[in-house]
Design a protein around this ligand. Structure first.
Ligand code: ADP
Length: 259
């Protein structure tokens, strides 16, 4: 069964006196469980609008959307919010972590808002497990400012996954990271996808698209192309190569040792 089923979706933004903007012009798309999809397209082509609809943050002006078989398009705001907490995990370019809060508390947060809220001890155990799953077992009490960009994005990924969503939606998740750190995040995504998680990400970087299984390109509110990637590159191999290159550069150009 399709986890995402969009049928002839239109989205028109109208804000009072300003002219209407037809942001999506008839998008039909199905995504099956276990897919790993990148969405590309120039600025203004409708990528964020599409992600917001898929993530139940907004609803279409017309068309139908089934998420895991549940119709979304005509749900109330509260209904969408409930579905979102149960089905969707979000990851953003700039992490969106609460600054004066530990990694553990950041990851606990979505459980506080979950319709079937668990007890404090269970919340803590699940958050610790989610942090361990992204390789940050030893950073649970650190605040975001004490973590690198890559580590902050891992905390955000742990937070997105702690309610065990059906889909992970990531908006330019590597946009603020250097090449090696970005490849490390893609390695984590490939592992999660191999374990069965469905992932959709928006990216501008062709380099990132090498690692996914399917590439969608948006243009002027329409799906311009939809192509499978026959053999996605291994992010683990890219990470190993980039680390080797970095080590070689450090050997050839050693940093001066301060007295
Ligand atoms: P992308 O993510 O590809 O840059 P968007 O989905 O953000 O594209 O935008 C698609 C079109 O919809 C653009 O013309 C944009 O200006 C317009 N748009 C996006 N959000 C709103 C909004 N909340 N109100 C009015 N227009 C919007």
């Amino acid at each position: 069964m399709a986890v995402i089923d969009l049928r002839d979706i239109h989205k028109v933004y109208s804000s009072g006196t300003a002219a209407e903007v037809h942001a999506l012009r008839g998008v039909s798309l199905t995504v099956k469980r276990g897919e790993f999809v990148a969405i590309m397209g120039s600025s203004g082509s409708g990528k964020s609008t599409l992600m917001n609809l898929i993530g139940c943050l907004d609803r279409p002006s017309s068309g139908d959307y089934l998420l895991d078989g549940e119709p979304v398009a005509r749900l109330s705001k509260a209904g969408r919010s409930d579905l979102r907490s149960r089905k969707i995990g979000f990851v953003f370019q700039d992490f969106h972590l609460l600054p004066r809060t530990s990694a553990l508390e950041n990851v606990e947060l979505p459980m506080l808002y979950h319709p079937d809220r668990v007890g404090a001890r269970e919340m803590r155990d699940r958050a610790l497990q989610a942090l361990a799953d992204v390789g940050l077992a030893d950073r649970s009490s650190h605040h975001p400012s004490q973590l690198s960009g890559g580590q902050q994005q891992r905390v955000a990924i742990a937070r997105a996954l702690v309610n065990r969503p059906s889909i992970l939606l990531a908006d330019e998740p590597t946009g603020n990271l250097d090449t090696l750190t970005g490849a490390e995040i893609m390695q984590l995504f490939q592992q999660l996808n191999q374990d069965g998680l469905t992932i959709l990400l928006v990216t501008h970087e062709p380099e990132i698209c090498r690692f996914v299984k399917r590439i969608l390109v948006m243009r002027d509110g329409r799906l311009q192309s939809d192509k499978p990637v026959p053999t996605p590159a291994s992010a683990a191999e890219a990470v190993a190569r980039l680390r080797e290159e970095r080590a070689r550069e450090d050997r050839e150009d050693p940093q001066p040792v301060l007295p």
